[in-house]
Design a protein around this ligand. Structure first.
Ligand SMILES: [Zn+2]
Length: 370
């Protein structure tokens, strides 16, 4: 009881909870009813993608106050990309009119293998970055706590707090975009592996003699089935003389072929597009089935650009997963699309700060004194 009272006092001090009245009981002193106050504090989230940097500031119920999307310009130097992240952070913080003292911190979701403690990107095949310090230049600009996490883990965090993962102890997020990544929630917590580098589903070897991957290995799922791999496959087939409506859709400019173009043509029944889509989905489905046989996650939430293909993607993937999972193991596994929209990674990155806040029960002073 004294511990609970101390935590409640503290949460009241910081206006994180408020009294809403007295509860009714049959005898004894009526209890005080408390409610969480979500709009007194704010968190900032950044989704660093290969095409766009999307930055938001939101309250603790994920209501977004301000958002900015800037092109990433991944062909520029890491310093220039980091400058854009800083620029967009300044933009959302100053345009939200939120008092600085009410901002709990900044969460950044970034593709690749990271050293979370050091705030360093060890290796990001999508960005072709190796050993780039991200935390240091950003913390020089903002005297706020900063958490840096892999972007797919940020998506899983977003689902856990505000999406399809609410109330679930075990589920998986699979990010299907320019690259392929995954994040696993087990017993309500993100699974990180012994040194924080788990989840590299995109680099699961699916074809022993498959194409070279950006990571340096051959036959990775990502080299076979990511959005960029699909575009490559379509280009190869078109150059071999095959006819397809994709050509008209891109005005005969093969460089303009995107996964979206291929999915649209496949939905119209274009044979070449269907072939590319079916093959990509087959490989992704096999990878998911492998994970399902090992972990039995129950729910698989699809994220990333490829989810724009909608139910067409999730239904086909579910079929492949059902076909390749072992009897009994796969019967509880559902493959669904995220319902959180394009802000899922930024909301998830910001949610790491909310999680930290509540893990500090009884110690919030430490968190707020800076
Ligand atoms: Zn690879």
């Amino acid at each position: 009881m004294p511990t609970i009272m101390k935590i409640i006092d503290e949460l009241m001090n910081y206006e994180l909870i408020k009294v809403t009245g007295k509860g009714e009981i049959n005898r004894g002193k009526p209890p005080q009813m408390l409610e969480f106050v979500s709009n007194n504090h704010f968190v900032v989230g950044v989704d660093v993608g290969t095409t766009f940097i999307s930055t938001i500031i939101m309250d603790l119920s994920a209501r977004i106050l301000c958002r900015q999307v800037l092109p990433t310009m991944v062909e520029q130097t890491p310093d220039e990309v980091i400058d854009r992240i800083i620029e967009s952070l300044h933009f959302v913080i100053s345009n939200s009119d939120v008092e600085k003292s009410r901002i709990l911190g900044i969460g950044i979701g970034m593709p690749g293998i990271l050293d979370n403690e050091a705030g360093t990107i060890l290796f990001s095949p999508d960005f072709a970055w190796e050993n780039i310090g991200l935390l240091e230049p950003i913390s020089k600009e903002f005297s706020l706590p900063i958490i840096i996490e892999n972007v797919t883990r940020a998506m899983a965090m977003g689902e856990k707090w505000f999406g399809e993962g609410r109330g679930l102890e075990t589920f998986m997020c699979i990010n299907l975009g320019f690259g392929i990544g995954s994040a696993i929630v087990i017993d309500g917590e993100l699974y990180r592996g012994v040194s924080g580098k788990s989840g590299e589903l995109g680099h699961m070897t699916i074809g022993r003699d498959g194409p070279l991957c950006k990571c340096g290995n051959y036959g990775c799922l990502e080299a076979l089935s990511s959005a960029s791999a699909m575009s490559n496959s379509a280009r190869v087939l078109i150059k071999s003389g095959r006819k397809t409506q994709i050509l008209e859709a891109v005005n005969r400019d093969l460089d303009k072929i995107e996964a979206k173009t291929i999915f649209n043509a496949a939905k119209d029944g274009d044979p070449l597009a269907l072939e590319v889509v079916t093959q990509a989905i087959e490989y992704i489905g096999i990878a998911i089935a492998n994970m399902t046989n090992v972990l039995e996650p129950g729910l698989i939430i699809l994220e990333g650009g490829m989810t724009k293909a909608g139910d067409f993607l999730s239904v086909k993937l579910q079929e492949v997963v059902d076909r390749h999972t072992m009897r009994y193991v796969g019967s509880h596994t559902r493959v669904i699309l995220t319902r959180m929209g394009e802000n899922v990674a930024a909301i998830g990155a910001a949610s790491f700060l909310i999680k930290r806040l509540f893990e500090h029960g009884g110690n919030a002073d430490e968190l707020f004194s800076r």
